[in-house]
Structure formats: structure tokens, C-alpha cells
Design a protein around this ligand. Structure first.
Ligand SMILES: [Zn+2]
Ligand SMILES: [Zn+2]
Length: 91
């Protein structure tokens, strides 16, 4: 029987995710996300949407994290301020 490559659980209903020519077998989306989704450079949560590109290879889950990370680093914030009350509610 096939095994999930993230948690090692045997699976009959797993699915393959292919990236850069490499195939990965998972038993659940949770495992696939944990193994393959990028982590937010600010809060560390997995980025399930398009994310927000930051400096270099940094990626953020939302505008709020991108903004907060720039503040934490003491860098000027190049991204536009989100209007008040338009905070993302998270996933
Ligand atoms: Zn798994
Ligand atoms: Zn974040």
C-alpha cells in the first residue's frame, strides 16, 4: 500500500502532487500543504493563496504580515496601506 510521504500513514485514497518533475504522494491536503506550501516570513503560517511577495524570496500570507514584517525590520513600507477595516479575516 502507498504511504503518505509527510506523515507516513498508509493510504488508498491518496493523491499525487507534481512539482518540478518530482512526484509527491499525500493522504490529505493537510499533509500536502504542510510539505509543499511556503511559510509566511512573518507569522510562519502556511500560505494557501497567492500570498504577498516581499523582499528577495520572502513571501507573506497577507498584506498585514507584509506590512508588520517591514515595520519589524525598520524598513520603509513600499506596499500601499490597506484601508481601515479591510483586514483579512484569515483562512
Ligand atoms: Zn499524511
Ligand atoms: Zn503571515
Amino acid at each position: 500500500m502507498d504511504k503518505c510521504e509527510q506523515c507516513g500513514a498508509p493510504t488508498r485514497s491518496g493523491f499525487i502532487v507534481e512539482r518540478d518533475g518530482a512526484r509527491h504522494l499525500f493522504d490529505s491536503f493537510e499533509c500536502a500543504i504542510f510539505a509543499m506550501a511556503p511559510a509566511c516570513a512573518h507569522c510562519g503560517c502556511r500560505i494557501l493563496g497567492h500570498g504577498v511577495a516581499g523582499e528577495g524570496n520572502d513571501c507573506y500570507c497577507c498584506d498585514h504580515c507584509a506590512h508588520a514584517h517591514h515595520l519589524a525590520l525598520g524598513q520603509p513600507d513600499a506596499s500601499p496601506q490597506p484601508p481601515a477595516g479591510a483586514e483579512h479575516l484569515g483562512m
